[in-house]
Design a protein around this ligand. Structure first.
Ligand code: TPP
Ligand code: MG
Length: 397
């Protein structure tokens, strides 16, 4: 299943219209192929809450009734609350950094809920929903972003590898794992989650070559959130990203990443393809990063308020909430999610306050067993940097 682009349906209000998006290659004349309406974007629940049909995905969504939809909504709302708590903790000085997932809950929850428990995820730093749906504990989310030693979870507990900061590298890890499954036997699938920006990394292309050559049971999930920090997706790909996979011999589907039903269905299709020995599959989930790239970023410098406002109307939670309200199921789903969120976020605050933090310089202690001039130099520079805060009041850092 390849993607085609119909320029007449391009949405002029998305990424390619802001000055920061000017591409060296004739950007003004090019329609925006990444706009949600362009091409064959698979959708089963429209922003107005209308249930739609799709030739590939219908077969995989039949059982998603109102009760299941309420469950998906509860998961998404929980993730949104946890995300907000992460941002707040960072703003309070408890975390070094946080990479917000706001706006991307549908793809993260949809793909995780479609998996078997032992399918193994290889994610970037933004897949908060995958971690939450896999049962991560509050401390798992807090200690890593605090930079604590032993700050991560046991990957074999959650069947999620340690989140990858090196853009795209996890796709290679996923394919390696999938090739291991082929050799060990079993029906596990590896899932590689990455962003639109990652598709420009050689690692991702190499991963797709290996996956296709060996017919490895891996699903590639590209969350196209329109931005790679300040670079719009249109700058690095002039056509929809789902269209790349068939060039590697990998079937793909381009799905509305803010439609949790379509994301679940697309993932079920892709998992079935991989699990049944037909090799890798690829999903491009078209979504949007509503917040900053991380808490260190100021997106007002490179994208317009209008663009963000437009995407707020496509909020993945809103469209499901509308359906649930009509069916009289919203209140219960919200109450359940809020209760779970209150407990989880209290746990996050506790984990931050109870963390035993080593002196910052200790981070360099165990890098090498022997003295090392490079580390000595870094220690000197870092000391000087820390001394810059000497006048700060006790306890403000
Ligand atoms: C190999 C590598 N190059 C550059 C970076 C710096 N970097 C961090 S995030 C990022 C953008 C990634 O964008 P995308 O893949 O779209 O993921 P998103 O952050 O939007 O989820 C870059 C370039 C990095 N971490 N690793
Ligand atoms: Mg991105």
């Amino acid at each position: 299943m390849t993607s085609t682009v119909n320029p007449s349906t391009a949405d002029p209000t998305t990424a390619n219209t802001s000055p920061a998006n000017a591409s060296p290659a004739n950007a003004e004349a090019r329609p925006d192929p990444h706009a949600p309406a362009a091409g064959d974007l698979a959708q089963l629940l429209s922003p107005d809450g209308e249930r739609g049909a799709h030739p590939l995905l219908d077969d995989w969504a039949g059982d998603i009734d109102d009760t299941r939809l309420a469950g998906l909504y509860r998961d998404m709302l929980l993730v949104r609350r946890i995300d907000a708590a992460g941002v707040a903790l960072q703003r309070q000085g408890q975390l070094g950094l946080w990479a917000p997932a706001e706006g991307q809950e549908a793809v993260q929850i949809g793909i995780t809920r479609a998996c078997h428990d032992d399918d193994f995820f290889f994610t970037s730093y933004r897949e908060l929903g995958v971690l939450v749906a896999r049962g991560a504990r509050p401390a798992d989310l807090v200690l890593g972003w605090r930079g604590e030693v032993f700050g991560t979870f046991d990957p074999y507990d959650l069947h999620v590898a340690t989140p990858q900061i090196i853009i795209g590298a996890q796709t290679l890890h996923a394919v390696g794992y999938a090739m291991g499954v082929q050799r060990d036997g079993g029906d596990q699938v590896a899932v590689a989650c990455f962003g639109d920006g990652a598709t420009s990394q050689g690692d991702v292309s190499e991963a797709m070559v290996f996956a296709a050559s060996f017919g490895a049971p891996v699903v590639f999930v590209c969350s196209n959130n329109q931005w790679a920090i300040s670079e719009p997706v249109g700058l690095q790909s002039h056509l929809p990203l789902a269209g790349r996979a068939p060039g590697f011999g990998i079937p793909s589907v381009r799905v509305d990443g803010n439609d949790v039903i379509a994301c679940t269905a697309a993932m079920r299709w892709a998992l079935d393809h991989a699990r049944s020995g037909r090799g890798p599959a690829y999903i491009e989930a078209v979504t949007y990063r509503l917040g900053p790239h991380t808490t260190s970023d100021d997106p007002t410098r490179y994208r317009s308020a209008d663009e963000v406002a437009l995407w707020r109307t496509r909020d993945p939670l809103l469209r499901v909430a509308g359906v649930l309200r009509e069916r009289g199921l919203l209140e219960a789903a919200e109450a359940e999610a809020e209760q779970a969120a209150a407990e989880f976020t209290a746990g996050m605050r506790r984990a931050a306050l109870e963390a035993t933090t080593r002196p910052p310089l200790a981070v360099l202690d165990d890098v090498y067993a022997e003295p090392h001039t490079g580390i000595d130099r870094q220690r000197e520079q870092f000391s000087a940097y820390l001394e810059g805060f000497a006048d700060d009041e006790e306890g403000t850092r």
